[in-house]
Write a protein that binds this ligand. Structure first.
Ligand SMILES: *Cc1c(COP(=O)(O)O)cnc(C)c1O
Length: 302
């Protein structure tokens, strides 16, 4: 088994808030240095099942944008298992300048090959997937963000005895696999809140297909759009790190946490509520964000 069950429990830390509410964060980001947070669990069964079958000429293919945590994680899996990986990357223009992108530089160092495609081609990934699978029948093709049924099963591992005692379970939502798994496998009395960092109206239906439960609620936490970095959020992330010594990144966890604080201020949560949010990792993205911010002469993430 390449990806292993953790031998140490994943820590849950309390974040003190001023209301009569208790807020906690489960540090899934600490699970593996290179395959972090929810991506570890989303890849867990996809990768282990594939490699256990000992395919001939194994190859793992997947899709992602320039700063993708999923691309970074899959490249690390490739290195760890000495398996070829191919990343289909959104944006032809990156072909000439991927060297300026810390995520892609890291993925390349891990041995990943790239195929850069136009945004138009990327939008039609399903077509590309079908062609590739026909050409390369032994390859494992994992969808963007790693979301599929195996991923949802993997997310079950983020829930255990330690997470049962909370009224609300919170996670950032990109492609929806993580919130689906939490919804499917949490306790009957728990409420799930998904913080959408991408403004995508199809997510509600997509998630409804991946979980049989109707215990989840989606709220917008996109703050100007997917992967748009906002100065107010950077201030929030830097304050949060100074106060609680927990790093957040500006695409997912930083936006989720800022929104949770706003909801607490607005008395969304009844008094006495116990809230657990999942730190889904992605801290590799900070370097890429800072590269961009530096070019624009803006404040950096510390
Ligand atoms: C990918 C990612 C998410 C979103 O997970 P989905 O299953 O795609 O919704 C959340 N947080 C981080 C840090 C991620 O990298």
């Amino acid at each position: 088994m390449l990806l292993k069950y953790p031998t140490q429990p994943i820590p849950i830390q309390e974040i003190s808030v001023e209301k009569n509410i208790r807020l906690f964060i489960k540090r899934e980001d600490l699970i593996h240095p290179d395959i972090s947070g929810n991506k570890y669990w989303k890849l867990f069964f996809n990768i282990n099942n594939y490699l256990e079958d000992k395919p001939k000429n194994p190859l793992i293919i997947t899709f992602g944008g320039a700063y993708s945590n999923h691309i970074s994680s899959v490249s690390a899996v490739g290195k760890l298992s000495e398996t070829q990986t191919l990343g289909i990357i959104r944006g032809e223009e990156l072909e000439k300048k991927w060297i300026d992108n810390p995520t892609l530089v890291l993925a390349k160092k891990n041995g990943m090959n790239f195929k850069f495609v136009s945004r138009e081609e990327y939008r039609h990934k399903e077509k590309l997937t079908a062609i590739l699978q026909q050409e390369l029948p032994n390859a494992l093709i994992i969808p963007e963000g790693g979301t599929n049924e195996n991923a949802v099963q993997g997310i079950k591992m983020m829930l255990n005895n330690d997470t049962k005692d909370f009224d609300y379970l919170c996670t950032a939502v990109g492609t929806g696999g993580t919130v689906s798994g939490i919804s499917e496998f949490c306790e009957d009395n728990q409420k799930v809140i998904g913080f959408k960092v991408v403004d995508d109206d199809s997510l509600q239906n997509k998630i409804s297909e991946l979980t049989t439960k109707r215990n989840f609620h989606l709220t917008d936490a996109s703050y100007g759009g997917y992967a748009k970095i906002n100065d107010d959020n950077i201030r929030f992330i830097n304050d949060f790190k100074m106060k609680f010594e927990i790093p957040l990144e500006p695409i997912y966890t930083g936006k989720m946490m800022q929104k949770i604080f706003e909801m607490i201020d607005d008395n969304y949560f009844p008094e006495g509520s116990k809230i657990l949010c999942f730190h889904t990792g992605g801290l590799q993205g900070i370097e890429g964000a800072n590269t961009l911010l530096r070019k624009q002469n803006r404040n950096l993430i510390i």
